[in-house]
Design a protein around this ligand. Structure first.
Ligand code: HEM
Length: 480
């Protein structure tokens, strides 16, 4: 029996589907109406089967939730024998696993560490907690609040360019008085990176280089084809940081508030002064921390801003409510992350043999905690596919490390929970809400330029967000 035939048989047995139909090659799955799963067969009890090749399909990318619901209902721990991993899809199970740092550890993650280096994402237990709080205070609390002015200024400066005909950021039609921008290019791609670049303490003139590091390191994480470029960018970042580190070890620099008062040392200066187990952090360790912040702080917030505007503009009553009441941006931000986050989940490895929902999982297995599914778990969020900033089952107040599951409300999982809860959650929240609020005051009669946006399978409706974030968002508006 050839290798392919053998694999066909194993896959066939694993999913109890006809071996002739089973193959390791990707097949075309039909594109289904949203909310409906394609038929992958049924077992003898009539339970729908999941063919793991669906995960790599275009259908799953645009319409994942009916498949996640099959998994939640029938295979809460789904053993993907084709890729040798386990998918955990129920909110409660994922929540428990994230809090159990001993039982479900993060080592080795593998996916990002080639390019980013050995970051706190990869660490567990005491090693992790020692490094976790090195610079956290810059991204939360009063150090963050005191810098709101700087964040607002950056947003306003970027928006100014939309109305400057020489910037090339917008198309203007004098006959109608309307502007057209692509929101990613004109704002969301760069704004979060600029904020992060400043908090880290990079000189302003390094911003272009910063984008080079960011784009290539992110590309390098995404796939083997780009890994070499990612590694080169990472080396370039390290060379650049080395010089700055030399200077800041002896002469720390400070972030300033609106009145020019020192708020705190910038993150690089802070890392330069940090001593762990009697040793200063090495340049390599400092670069890895920086690389993680660069990587963690860009694409994620970009996606939140684009998805939030896309969803709000498709729900005009909710958009109108937000425009009438600024405080609703918080709920809009959190509901966007629940409904459609750019981060879909985190891998973990079980430290010990465990049995979950009757499935035996040998120690050291790769387990995917699927935050996307948790955020659409009907056991927690009613009508989960509905975008509703007024839903009463989602907690939208202060983000807490312990998560929130009280009074019929739960936090979403887009920032994770527990020891690895995203330390950038607060700053990204502020970037997205402040940036969007400012934008909403400077433009009016905003609409999606549907002609330029991708369509769904009917060729008419706007394409669903599916997994991740939309690539582009074309908007038309007038100057307010
Ligand atoms: C909407 C925006 C964001 C989303 C959805 C997001 C999501 C996440 C998630 C899910 C994790 C947990 C990883 C795990 O459990 O293993 C994480 C960790 C992390 N994020 Fe974010 N993030 C966002 C913005 C940011 C920003 C703006 C920064 C930095 C300025 C940042 C820096 C980090 C870092 C350093 C970690 C590692 C934490 C640790 O392992 O202890 N993130 N993020």
């Amino acid at each position: 029996m050839s290798l392919t035939e053998n694999l066909k048989r194993i896959v066939g047995e694993a999913f109890e589907i006809d071996a002739d139909r089973a193959s390791t090659e990707q097949i075309e799955f039909p594109l289904m109406p949203l909310g409906t799963a394609c038929d992958m067969g049924r077992d003898e009890n009539g339970v729908p089967l999941i063919d793991p090749r669906i995960f790599g399909s275009r259908e799953f990318q645009r319409n994942p939730y009916p498949y996640y619901h099959i998994m939640q209902d029938h295979y809460p721990v789904f053993h993907d024998k084709l890729n040798n991993c386990y998918f955990v899809t129920r909110y409660a199970d994922i929540n428990d696993a994230y809090f159990d740092g001993l039982g479900f550890n993060t080592i080795p993650k593998g996916s990002s560490n080639h390019v980013l280096g050995n970051t706190q994402l990869e660490l567990s237990g005491i090693e992790h907690s020692r490094r976790r709080n090195l610079y956290g205070r810059h991204l939360v609390g009063s150090a963050l609040t005191k810098r709101f002015g700087a964040i607002c200024k950056m947003a306003n400066d970027m928006i100014d360019t939309w109305f400057d005909p020489t910037s090339g950021m917008s198309e203007y039609d004098p006959a109608t008085g309307k502007y057209v921008i692509e929101l990613g290019r004109a704002f969301a791609n760069e704004f979060p990176i600029r904020v992060v670049c400043q908090v880290l303490g990079f000189p302003d003139e390094s911003q272009d280089r910063f984008f080079y590091w960011y784009k290539n390191m992110m590309g390098g994480i995404g796939g083997r084809d780009f890994e070499q470029k990612g590694l080169m960018a990472r080396q370039d970042l390290e060379d650049f940081v080395e010089e700055i580190v030399e200077q800041r070890r002896t002469a720390p620099q400070y972030l300033l508030d609106d009145n020019g008062n020192q708020v705190a040392p910038d993150i690089i200066s802070e890392l330069c002064q940090t001593v762990i187990d009697g040793d200063y952090l090495s340049t390599e360790e400092i670069t890895s921390n920086i690389a993680l912040i660069v990587g963690g702080g860009g694409e994620t917030t970009r996606g939140a801003i684009l998805n939030m505007w896309y969803l709000l503009l498709q729900h005009p009553d909710q958009m109108a409510a937000v425009l009438a009441d600024d405080t609703l941006w918080d709920a809009a931000f959190h509901e966007t992350l629940r409904h459609s986050s750019s981060i879909g989940g985190q891998p973990r490895h079980n430290t010990f043999d465990v049995e979950m929902h009757g499935i035996k999982i040998p120690a050291g297995s790769l387990m995917h905690m699927v935050d996307w599914a948790a955020n659409h778990d009907p056991r927690v969020f009613s009508e989960p596919e509905k975008f509703d900033i007024f839903r009463n089952d989602l907690y939208t107040e202060k983000i807490v490390r312990a998560g929130y599951r009280k009074e019929g409300k739960c936090n979403h999982m887009a920032f994770g929970v527990g020891p690895h809860l995203c330390p950038g959650a607060w700053i990204s929240h502020q970037e997205a809400s402040i940036g969007s609020n400012i934008m909403s005051k400077r433009v009016k009669n905003v609409r999606i330029v549907e002609e330029r946006m991708p369509k769904d399978i009917d060729g008419v409706s706007l394409a669903p967000i599916g997994l991740g974030a939309i690539n582009e968002l074309w908007l038309e508006f007038e100057k307010a």
